[in-house]
Design a protein around this ligand. Sequence first.
Ligand code: PLP
Length: 350
Amino acid sequence: MNMIERLVRPNIRTLEPYSSARKEFSGRGRIFLDANENPFGSPIPGAHNRYPDPLQTGLKDLIAARFGVAPESIFVGNGSDEAIDLLFRVFCEPRTDNVIICPPTYGMYEVSAAINDVSVRRASLTARFGLDREAIADATDDRSKLLFICSPNNPTGNAFDPDEIARIASDFGGIVVVDEAYGEFSDRGSMITRLADHENVVVLRTFSKAWGLAALRVGFAVAGAGIVGLLNNIKPPYNVSGIAQDAIIDAFRNEVRVAESVAMTIAGRDRLAADLSRLRSVERVFPSDANFLLVRIGDADGAYRFLLSRGIVVRNRNNVELCEGCLRITIGDDHENDAVLAALKDFESL
Ligand SMILES: *Cc1c(COP(=O)(O)O)cnc(C)c1O
């Protein structure tokens, strides 16, 4: 057994996957009477009566070309949140295995762990929001199956050095999940380019943030073909809708628009960071490689409520470790950023 096979739950290793109608058939069909579909079409414009491609071949070819990886090393999910849940189900034996997170970080890792009845060990970031390699090593034992590293990290906004992630991946005996949901906003390199050297790394990306397609619910994982095959074996057969697959394929034709909105977001981020740091009530604007700012304001709860009273919704992170007194503010368009700034000015002159 290779390293990956050894880490897999025994029931998943021996699983006979569901074989959908569209998967069993290969070749050129003319009349499809294999999937109990409606031959008369759909009650809305467009033909949605046939099941979509279960393995999203067209979409994967585009992702593969864009990121310079093989289609076999891509798993497409109903949001990257689906990939997170499936990674638990492939690798973590409930009540037996554990996973490691580096808080403060994305909340879904812990929720997915709880849903799967898997315990979570915390190797907190350092006071400067760096990865604590020693804390990770201390938290790890031979039942530690997943280590989540979110880079750029939500909610702190900073990206980690890929060399350091690579070192941690070399030390870790389980799977290292590098969540790059905000990767497009950062100029630190992606771990995707280093997958060949690290068979235990899975990189998560999403169409929900920079791509502006959150409503479609599409994310993907890039990893060795072995890991991707395991995810495919346990996913619901038609996990990404036909509308979503088609829409993302369309989006690739207009990728220039994605680059433009990333550039506008980064310009807005720099401007908002500078403006916020001039406010008396703002103690600190943390540097960000993402599309949000973590801002330390003495009275975060008060500022949060005041913004709400103006109809402005931000994320209150005051109760999160190392984020005491902080709000997480998504970068909006110029008008929205101005509105936040004006409201916080009013708040401090109360
Ligand atoms: C927003 C976000 C995601 C995106 O999840 P989707 O299910 O793809 O929408 C993943 N990871 C992090 C850290 C996020 O902040």
